[in-house]
Design a protein around this ligand. Structure first.
Ligand code: NAP
Ligand code: MG
Length: 406
């Protein structure tokens, strides 16, 4: 059989530790036998980031911007211990942060569902995709402690330094306490809104957005208004045509509705809500190894990856020559997401079809009882016993099923 051709390259960003090992094996066992794989390769492994003074990260992000579709392996975000372990010139910034800044994107996290892996909330039959606004609010807040007798104000100056507004936050006459100030930008909220509306159309899922605008009548209300204005002006018709709805509600109501729902929702959250709720949703679906992540820019550039890290503990075992049972499913789905999107943009139906077949073969492998160790204790399926496979054996089990369908 002739291999599937590609016209435009995918931007391939290699990474670190156990996921770097899985990356190579996924290509060897699942992709290269079937695809004439065209990628523009960037090595984002920590040694090369250090050697290039982290220049390679920005280059990769700019290539992703140019070609539109990238796939990224998990990477180490260095801390003091890593600086020592790798003898780094400095504590380089998070590659994901750099890429997010350059693409100005929103991160969507989606669980992969397989029969037998039941979510902790058993009513969830379809994925809940979570979109987190990744700018501002308490993550760039300014805060301080105050003493008894202090008065705290919110002060706004114009560009010439003239006081425009001075609002009393609190008179601490009766005792000291704490005070905090947060901000956001219209432009960032607009980008977030467009990314969410575009992604909802892309995956044909209804979009829910929630804040606490009844309490925060200016701040949260601004989020609500920006979403409503952009929806009415740019997306309402397209949503109606696609048969999906946009719903705004209060955050506490959204939480209650999400828990009661069957899933199948794209849930847009403000920064803090998204931080908290994405961990809740990810945990409730079962395993980090089944959670994918895609960064989408408002002008439609995509970067696919797994939501988990480099699985350091497994890598140290691997380095000692021991077998590991590391879940490669989210990384496989990062590749299939990128291949399907590339195929869609290039009108390459064979590539889209291959991506769907690989996804199906991967899920079938789990459903037929062959899985990595993290899933074994979660698996319950009548008449099917869970068998734990080592990392590479799992990929070969997927490859066998893929081969049957090709
Ligand atoms: P992690 O790599 O996600 O792993 C934490 C633990 O979760 C693992 O030790 C393992 O538990 C389990 N786990 C995660 N993914 C798994 C998989 N695919 N298969 C099986 N088990 C899995 O998080 P971390 O240990 O906190 O971080 C390690 C490195 O990854 C750090 O240097 C961090 O900077 C980086 N990181 C990168 C990204 C990214 O690039 N997007 C995201 C997060 C973290 P057991 O050990 O119990 O088996
Ligand atoms: Mg968090």
């Amino acid at each position: 059989m002739a291999k599937i051709g590609m016209t435009t390259p995918i931007v391939e960003m290699d990474g670190d530790e156990m996921t770097r090992i899985l990356w190579q094996w996924i290509k060897e066992d699942l992709l290269l036998p079937y695809i004439d794989l065209k990628t523009e390769y960037y090595d984002l492994g920590l040694p090369n980031r250090d050697a290039t003074d982290d220049g390679v990260t920005a280059e990769a992000a700019n290539a992703n911007k140019k070609y539109g579709v990238g796939v990224k392996c998990a990477t180490i975000t260095p801390n003091a211990q890593r600086v020592e372990e790798y003898g780094l010139k400095q504590m380089w910034k998070s590659p994901n942060g750099t890429i997010r800044r350059i693409l100005d994107g929103t991160v969507f996290r989606a669980p992969i569902l397989a029969k037998g892996i039941t979510p902790y909330i058993p009513g969830w039959k379809q994925p809940i995709v979570l979109a987190r606004h990744a700018y501002g609010d308490v993550y760039s807040g300014v805060e301080t402690r105050t003493d008894a007798g202090d008065k705290a104000y919110l002060l706004v100056e114009d560009g010439q330094g003239n006081v425009k507004k001075k609002l009393l936050v609190q008179d601490f006459a009766k005792g000291g306490g704490i005070v905090q100030s947060v901000h956001n930008l219209d432009k960032s909220i607009q980008s977030f809104a467009r990314s969410c509306f575009n992604y909802a159309l892309d995956v044909k899922m209804p979009l829910w957005f929630a804040t606490k605008d009844t309490i925060s009548k200016t701040y949260d209300h601004r989020f609500k208004d920006i979403f409503a204005e952009i929806y009415a002006a740019e997306y309402k018709d397209r949503f109606e045509k696609a048969g999906i709805e946009y719903m705004y509600t209060l955050i506490d109501d959204a939480v209650a509705r999400v828990v009661r729902s069957e899933g199948g929702i794209l849930w847009a959250c403000k920064n803090y809500d998204g931080d908290v709720m994405s961990d809740m949703v990810a945990t409730a679906y079962g395993s980090l190894g089944l959670m994918t992540s895609v960064l989408v820019s408002p002008d439609g550039k995509y970067e696919f990856e797994a939501a988990h890290g480099t699985v350091t503990r497994h890598y140290y075992k691997y380095r000692n020559g021991e077998e590991t049972s590391t879940n490669s499913v989210a990384t496989i789905f990062a590749w299939t997401g990128a291949l399907a999107k590339r195929g869609e943009l290039d009108g390459n139906a064979a590539l889209v079809d291959f991506a769907k077949k690989l996804e199906r073969a991967t899920v079938r492998t789990i459903e037929e009882g062959e899985m990595t160790g993290d899933l074994v204790s979660l698996f319950r399926s009548e008449g099917v016993a869970a068998k734990k496979l080592e990392s590479r054996a799992f990929l070969r089990a997927v490859a066998r099923r893929l081969e049957e369908t090709m």
